[in-house]
Structure formats: structure tokens, C-alpha cells
Ligand binder design. Structure first.
Ligand code: PLP
Length: 456
């Protein structure tokens, strides 16, 4: 029996072109990029070329691309790294000799997240809360769009980081990141404090003084976005979005598992122990006025932000996956959206009581501002346990999930569906269908037939 995979938001098969690109770097070009000899330099040139290619697609600087072991790690680096940077360099600096709170911060730092973050941000934020960080969760409306007014009100001088997912992995809602960035920029401008005259040389302007010495306060909070799901369908140039930090993952775009990237604006003078720039210089504040400190220390790879020998084949594969994704994006977005709408129309005929959790399929309701990724369809089946339906469909040969892959075995009610204002019961009776490059109408017709059997 041919299996039908409708869980592309969980992971995607590796594109054969990506496999071909990776192949030589397992056994032939196997050097350690840190080694000075021929083998090492050969491997380093592959890492450099891949980094350059990814930076080009993102319209970013070569040194702003930091490879990590997963998007989960990149999200951890964004949140934990920003907090570490704050503790060492910012208002929270122990060096200021102000009264410390029990967690070692002079002022309790705040991070702001949305109510629908992926677990890799959400659980990391909660973990930081156990260390004394204040976590503010911004609610979303019934379409899953973050309440930007509430976000604006939540910003204060202790806010180190705002992390808002670009497009959600369970419902596909796209967030107004550029608008959020504007709000944060306005906040920076209003809260900017000219550097004290102590820091300023006679005859220099405050702006020059600030350029020379920077102040973390003036660049706080940093804006991070998890663009793991968004990248497949949206142009994610960080400078255009106005973000300081952005996470992407290879295995959601037909690349290998176990490799992610954190775009880190101006990271070239951040971090400690940087191989590229040396320890002394790396201890200074960077020109954007903030530092991101590493959460993994060691050999100082990745400009000091992520120690550990670079995974050359995966990095090369990631670059190829990004190149292909960027080239097919417009065509695939239209094609997959049509397939999703086709599938929903078919499903509704089979299970008339089924309801969409967000109105992603063309309807008068979504003439409203909310926008959704094309490949995700989150459906509520009243009175049907999602767990049972997933199992039943799996036996029939159709692979779907209840939402985030990380939760699928724990069978918890989705925090995302509940954040839309729905009950726990509804969350436990909802299923995510997600579509990908191999999906065709023939596959969907076959899946609909199986679904009919499941509901017979
Ligand atoms: N962020 C989002 C939005 C995701 O969908 C996922 C994967 O499910 C992740 C982060 C984690 O990615 P990774 O599996 O590379 O750690």
C-alpha cells in the first residue's frame, strides 16, 4: 500500500539535488575546517561558499550567518544568548554594583514572546523564567495574529528581547513582523539616552560618542523571529523585515535534519572567544550596540557564537536547499495553495461538520487582514479524538499530525489552538494537514478516499 504523507510542516524529504551536493563531504572532502592543512582549508572553503550563498539569499552579511545544530538550537542561542549578553554587558551587568536580585541580574530582564511560539522558543522562555527572567506572553486574535498594541505596551527599558514567530507551524498565520519592528524602532528612538559626557571626547557629538561606545540600552530590545515555516514561502530578508535575529531550518525546506541557522545582525563583533576577530576585540560592544553571547563555548567557531566543528556536508546541503527553495517559492506558493483549497473542499464534502481553526482557505471571512502560509490546514473534527483519527489514518496509510511534531507523542492539547480562544476539547479534536512539493491532486484524491473510509 502506497503511503500518503501529509505532514510536510513536520519535516520534508531531502531533495535528491541536495543529497548529491552533500555526498562528497562525508568521505572525500572530510577535513576539519579549523585545520590549517590542505584538507582543512578545502573543507573551510565549502563552509565559506555555503555561508556566502545563504547570506546572499538573505541579503545579509557573510558573518551574520551562524550555523547551529538545529533551529531549536538557533532559537536557544537567540533567547539565551541575548540574556547572557544583557547580563554581561547591559543594564543587568554585575559590574554596575547595583543591588542584585537573587538570579544575579541588577534589573529583572524581560523577554516578550507571542502566545503561539514553537516549543523551542516557548519552553526556552519558561526555562529562563526559572532563572529570574520575566516572560510576557502577548495574546493573539482568533486568526492567530499577535496583538501589536499589547506588545507595544509591554515594551520597557528592561526588555532585552522580543521573539515573535514569523509564521506559525500549526495554523500558518503570518505575523506583521515589519510592523512590530517599526514599533520597536520607535521605542529605541524614544528611549535613546545620549552617552554620558564621561564617554565623550571634547568636541564630539552625542551621535559620535554613541557610535564609538554604543549603549546596549539604546538597542534593546532585540527583535528575533522564528522563520522556520515561513522561509519556504516568504522572502525572509532580515534587513527588510527589520529583525536583529532570525532562525531557519534546513529540514523544513527539503534539506537535511540537524542543521539550522541563526541570522545575527552585526554578529561580527559579538560573542566571546571569536576565532575570526580575537578575544580582545570581541569583548567590545558591537556597532549596533548589543552583544549576543554564545551558549556553547569551545573552539570559537562561527565567529565565536557557536563552538563545535562545522558539519560540512549538512552546511553544503543547507545552502543548496535554500537556493532551490528561493527559486521555486513563487510557483510553489500558488500551486500548494490551490491544492490546499482543493483538499479542503473535498474534505468538507466527506465530513460536513469539520471546521477550519483559522479561515486560511478563501472565504469572505478572511477578506480581513490575516494572512496564512499556503501549506497548512488545521481542521477541527467535532467529537472526534485527534489521537484516534491520526492512528486510524496511519493504519489506512495517511500520515498527518495534531500540530507540532514535538508534541505529537505527548498528546497534550495544543497551546496554539487554545490561544485562538478555543477550548482544550477542540484542541484535542484538531488535526494539521500539511502539503509539500511531492503533493499532487492524485495524492490528495487518494487521501480523501482513505479519510472517507475512516469516517464510514
Ligand atoms: N520552529 C518552528 C516554527 C518549527 O516548526 C520547528 C520544527 O518543528 C522548529 C522551530 C524546530 O526546528 P528543528 O527541528 O530544526 O529544531
Amino acid at each position: 500500500m502506497k503511503k500518503i504523507y501529509l505532514d510536510y510542516a513536520a519535516t520534508t524529504p531531502v531533495d535528491p539535488r541536495v543529497v548529491r551536493v552533500m555526498q562528497p563531504y562525508f568521505s572525500d572532502t572530510f577535513g576539519n575546517p579549523s585545520s590549517l592543512h590542505y584538507f582543512g582549508q578545502q573543507a573551510l572553503s565549502v563552509v565559506d561558499a555555503s555561508r556566502e550563498a545563504i547570506a546572499g539569499t538573505l541579503k545579509a552579511d557573510f558573518r551574520e550567518i551562524v550555523f547551529t545544530g538545529s533551529a531549536t538550537e538557533a532559537n536557544n542561542l537567540a533567547l539565551r544568548g541575548a540574556l547572557l549578553g544583557y547580563r554581561v554587558w547591559g543594564l543587568g551587568s554585575r559590574k554596575k554594583k547595583l543591588a542584585l536580585n537573587p538570579s544575579g541580574y541588577t534589573l529583572t530582564p524581560r523577554i516578550i514572546i507571542s502566545a503561539i511560539e514553537h516549543e523551542s522558543v516557548r519552553e526556552t522562555a519558561y526555562d529562563l523564567a526559572r532563572e529570574g527572567v520575566e516572560v510576557v506572553e502577548i495574546p493573539v486574535d482568533r486568526y492567530g495574529v499577535v496583538d501589536v498594541k499589547k506588545l507595544e505596551v509591554a515594551l520597557d527599558e528592561r526588555t532585552v528581547l522580543v521573539s515573535i514567530i514569523y509564521a506559525n507551524n500549526e495554523i500558518g498565520t503570518i505575523q506583521p513582523i515589519a510592523e512590530i519592528s517599526k514599533i520597536i524602532r520607535n521605542f529605541h528612538d524614544e528611549s535613546r539616552v545620549p552617552p554620558s559626557s564621561r564617554f565623550r571626547r571634547a568636541g564630539t557629538s552625542p551621535a559620535e560618542g554613541e557610535a564609538r561606545h554604543g549603549r546596549q540600552e539604546s538597542r534593546m530590545p532585540l527583535l528575533h523571529t522564528d522563520a522556520v515555516q515561513a522561509f519556504q514561502f516568504l522572502d525572509c530578508a532580515p534587513a527588510e523585515l527589520g529583525v536583529d535575529l532570525m532562525t531557519i531550518s534546513a529540514h523544513k525546506m527539503y534539506g537535511p535534519k540537524g542543521i539550522g541557522t541563526l541570522y545575527a545582525k552585526g554578529s561580527r563583533v559579538s560573542g566571546i572567544g571569536s576565532r575570526a576577530i580575537g578575544k580582545r576585540e570581541s569583548k567590545t560592544l558591537n556597532p549596533s550596540g548589543y552583544t549576543l553571547d554564545p551558549i556553547l563555548t569551545g573552539g570559537g567557531q562561527e565567529f565565536g557564537l557557536r563552538s563545535g566543528t562545522e558539519n560540512v556536508p549538512l552546511i553544503a546541503g543547507f545552502a543548496k536547499a535554500i537556493e532551490i527553495t528561493a527559486s521555486v517559492r513563487p510557483r510553489e506558493s500558488v500551486r500548494i495553495k490551490k491544492l490546499r483549497d482543493y483538499f479542503w473542499a473535498g474534505l468538507k464534502k466527506i465530513v460536513p461538520q469539520a471546521e477550519l481553526n483559522v479561515p486560511c482557505v478563501n472565504s469572505s471571512e478572511n477578506a480581513l487582514a490575516a494572512q496564512f502560509l499556503p501549506h497548512i490546514l488545521n481542521v477541527y473534527f467535532p467529537g472526534v479524538s485527534a489521537e484516534h483519527l491520526i492512528t486510524k489514518l496511519d493504519i489506512l496509510g495517511v500520515a498527518v499530525s495534531s500540530g507540532s511534531a514535538c508534541r505529537s507523542r505527548a498528546l497534550e492539547a495544543s497551546h496554539v489552538i487554545q490561544a485562538l480562544g478555543f477550548s482544550k476539547d477542540r484542541a484535542l479534536q484538531s488535526i494539521r494537514f500539511s502539503f509539500g512539493r511531492p503533493t499532487t491532486r492524485t495524492f490528495l484524491d487518494a487521501a480523501l478516499k482513505k479519510i472517507k473510509t475512516a469516517f464510514a
